[in-house]
Design a protein. Structure first.
Length: 238
C-alpha cells in the first residue's frame, strides 16, 4: 500500500462519519449510556435497588490541585486516570454497602473508545452498503453479513465490558456476571480476569473490522475516481 492509498483509506472513515454524523453521535452516546446504566440496573434487579447516587464532589478541586505542587506530574496523571467520577450505592446491614458501582475516568474513556469504534464501524458499514447498492451488486447479502458481525461484536462487548463494583466478590466484573451471585471466589476471580481480557478482544475485533471496511470503501472510491477520469478527459475541447 503506497502513501496515496493509505491516505484514501484513512479518509474513508472520516467521509463516512461526516455523511452520517447524527448516527455516529447517537451510537457513541448510546454505548456510553448503556455501560453507565446497565450495571446498576442489573444489580438493582438481582440484588437490591440502589438508594444513593453521587457525583464525586472533589472534582471541582481538580484545577487547583493540578496547579499545586503536592505531587509529581506522573502521580497526578495516574491519580486522575483512576479517579472516581460518580457512583451508585445500595446500603446493606451494619452500614456496609450491599453493592456499589463506580465509574472512573478510565472507565468512561474506555466506553468512549468503544462508542467511537462502534460508531465508525456502523457508518462505514452504511457507506459500504450504499456503494454496493449504487453499483447494482448483491448488497442485501453482503450487508446482512456485515450487520451480523457488528451485532455479535456489540453483544459480546456489552456482555463482557468490565465495571468497577463492590460487594460482588471482585473489584471488576462483566456486566452479565453481576447477576451471578453465590459463586465461589475462584469462579468470580476467573470472571473478573476474563472480563478484562475479552474487552480488549472486542476492541481489537472491531478495530480490524473498521480497517477492513475502510479499505473496501476506499477501494470503491478510488475505482470510481479512475473510471471518471477518461470520461472527463474525453469531454474536454481539443
Amino acid at each position: 500500500m503506497d502513501r496515496q492509498e493509505l491516505v484514501t483509506v484513512l479518509r474513508a472513515p472520516a467521509r463516512a462519519i461526516r455523511a452520517r454524523a447524527g448516527i455516529f453521535v447517537l451510537i457513541v452516546a448510546g454505548v456510553v449510556a448503556m455501560n453507565l446504566v446497565l450495571p446498576p440496573f442489573v444489580l438493582s434487579v438481582v440484588r437490591k435497588p440502589y438508594d444513593y447516587f453521587s457525583i464525586n464532589p472533589w472534582l471541582h478541586n481538580v484545577p487547583s490541585w493540578l496547579r499545586s505542587g503536592e505531587a509529581t506530574a506522573g502521580r497526578k496523571v495516574e491519580f486522575l486516570w483512576n479517579a472516581a467520577v460518580l457512583w451508585f450505592v445500595a446500603s446493606g446491614q451494619y452500614d456496609a454497602p450491599e453493592w456499589g458501582f463506580t465509574a472512573t475516568v478510565r472507565d468512561i474513556a474506555r466506553w468512549i473508545l468503544m462508542g467511537v469504534l462502534f460508531g465508525t464501524y456502523s457508518t462505514l458499514w452504511l457507506e459500504r452498503r450504499a456503494q454496493l447498492r449504487s453499483d447494482n451488486l448483491a448488497a442485501r447479502g453482503r450487508g446482512s453479513r456485515g450487520g451480523l458481525i457488528g451485532a455479535i461484536l456489540s453483544t459480546l462487548g456489552f456482555s463482557t465490558m468490565p465495571c468497577s463494583v463492590v460487594g460482588c466478590g471482585a473489584p471488576v466484573l462483566p456486566v452479565l456476571g453481576l447477576a451471578l451471585t453465590g459463586l465461589s471466589s475462584g469462579t468470580i476471580a476467573l470472571l473478573s480476569g476474563a472480563s478484562r481480557f475479552l474487552v480488549w478482544v472486542v476492541i481489537t475485533g472491531v478495530t480490524v473490522s473498521v480497517v477492513l471496511l475502510a479499505m473496501q470503501v476506499a477501494g470503491t472510491l478510488e475505482s470510481r475516481a479512475w473510471a471518471a477520469r477518461p470520461s472527463s478527459a474525453a469531454g474536454r475541447p481539443s
